[in-house]
Design a protein around this ligand. Structure first.
Ligand code: GTR
Length: 433
């Protein structure tokens, strides 16, 4: 092997281990290519989409393109049609009597003893009827989102992280409540919202195992070494879990299934967008710092690129997406079209000023370029927007696309949640309808 070949092999191996330094990101706005974005309102054959009647066909075409080229298909060999769920517990006196807590086992198939995810649900007490609920997956297990001693500790594989007490890929009591700053349950309850969460590793452990574990083990073609280019990756599996949670919410009379909001941070922000795009039962979607593969425009090549994401996380997207490494201009879509798939439902995009890896301006511009689809359907998208990123801490919430960039880095904070509740109050009628 020549020295340069050896170097490339080493670099790729290290990239696979998450060493970002082998990838040289660009943070130079003047280096952003001025490639034209594919119009969300033009059919693949060039026909302009100018009436509301034409939108469903264009929408279906885009969903198919995103499925085939980016997230991949995911067909269960045993359809999980009838949701089998079991309340592991339900306690009406949680959080000092302010909330009802449920922990629910939701099965992937009709087999009650088969694989399942555990949902943790908090619903405000003393309401007149069913309540709107934010649902978002978590990274380290349900027990990390709140110090409540009754939350079950996940038995699933977890990433080793000393900060959350995860050792030998097992979660522990030490992790209880450690991620609570990302999940202000009491604040949500006080404003009339429920909060539901599930551990994303219940659907698919987040490492590259050749698609053998998690939901992938139940899919058509599981175990094949040659997977088709459009076979679904980990994000498709997590998004399937969002839809499964929605199936459960439709069965819980205390939840207003017409007002369930899909939320996700970072890789789970990408997931929430894909879940919202493919499941129109979600009334609103929140992308928190979702970045590359989420809200950020790929063609900008600012911060994380398609090459970078596919190299470090080869299991997130389908194999076909890898053909766009350093080849963004060949994509038949860009991420503004993913946002447009929420239309006319409200969607909120949030960035953080120091989170340059996720390209705040690229996330914002995707909202700007998704707006014509909202306008076509009769609602303004991003209102008050110009070419420039809005000032830090000045949320745009008048239209059905919301946006803010806050101070600080890559995180899901109380500031973000307060804005999401404001936006939901405004566009979904909050808890009063
Ligand atoms: C980063 C990745 C981002 C984002 C983030 C996260 O390493 O490059 O795309 O998904 O992880 O999920 O925290």
């Amino acid at each position: 092997m020549t020295t340069s070949a050896l170097f490339i092999v080493l670099a790729l191996l290290m990239a696979g281990q998450g060493f970002a330094w082998v990838i040289q990101p660009s943070y130079d706005e003047s280096a952003v290519p001025d490639d034209e974005l594919p119009g969300p309102l033009v059919m693949a054959d060039g026909t302009p989409v100018s009436t509301t009647e034409q939108w469903p066909a264009r929408r279906a075409e885009l969903v198919e393109q995103f499925t085939e080229q980016m997230f991949g298909r995911l067909e269960l060999s045993t359809p999980g049609e009838a949701v089998v769920s079991e309340w592991l517990e339900s306690d009406g006196r949680a959080l000092d009597g302010r909330a009802t807590r449920r922990q629910v086992r939701v099965c992937f198939t009709e087999d009650p003893d088969g694989p399942a995810m555990e949902l943790l649900v908090y619903l405000p007490n003393g309401t007149d009827g069913p309540v709107p609920v934010f649902f978002g997956m978590n990274f380290d297990g349900n027990h990390t989102v709140h110090a409540d001693p009754a939350i079950r500790i996940t038995q699933a594989w977890v990433r080793n992280r000393a900060e959350v007490g995860a050792v030998d890929h097992r979660a522990s009591e030490e992790g209880r409540g450690v991620m609570a700053s990302r999940w202000p349950v009491e604040a949500l309850i006080a404003r009339g919202y429920g909060l539901a969460t599930a551990y994303y590793g219940d659907l698919d452990p987040d490492f590259d195992d050749g698609f053998r574990n998690g939901l992938h083990a139940l899919l058509d073609g599981a175990g094949d070494t040659q997977r088709p280019g459009d076979a679904g990756g980990a994000i498709a599996a997590w998004a399937w879990g969002y839809r499964l949670a929605m199936d459960y919410f439709e069965s819980d009379p205390a939840v207003d299934a017409q007002r369930v909001i899909a939320i996700g941070h970072s890789r789970l922000g990408k997931t929430a967008l894909w879940a919202g795009a493919t499941d129109e039962r979600f009334a609103m979607v929140v992308s928190n710092n979702s970045g590359c593969g989420g809200a950020a425009l790929s063609r900008r090549r600012f911060g994380e690129t398609i090459y970078a994401i596919n190299t470090r996380f080869p299991h997130w997207f389908c194999a076909s997406f890898h053909t766009y490494n350093d080849n963004e201009s060949a994509l038949p879509f860009d991420q503004h079209a993913l946002l447009a798939l929420m239309a006319p439902r409200p969607v909120y995009i949030a960035s953080a000023a120091d989170d340059r890896w996720a390209d705040p301006r690229g996330e914002y511009l995707a909202g700007v370029h998704a707006s014509p689809v909202y306008a076509l359907l009769g609602d303004p998208g991003l209102v008050g927007a110009g070419d420039h990123l809005p000032a830090v801490g000045t949320p745009l919430q008048d239209g059905r696309i919301g946006y803010h960039v806050r101070t600080g880095g890559h995180d899901l904070t109380r500031y973000d949640w307060d804005r999401y509740m404001d936006f939901a109050d405004r566009h979904l009628g909050g808890s009063d309808e």
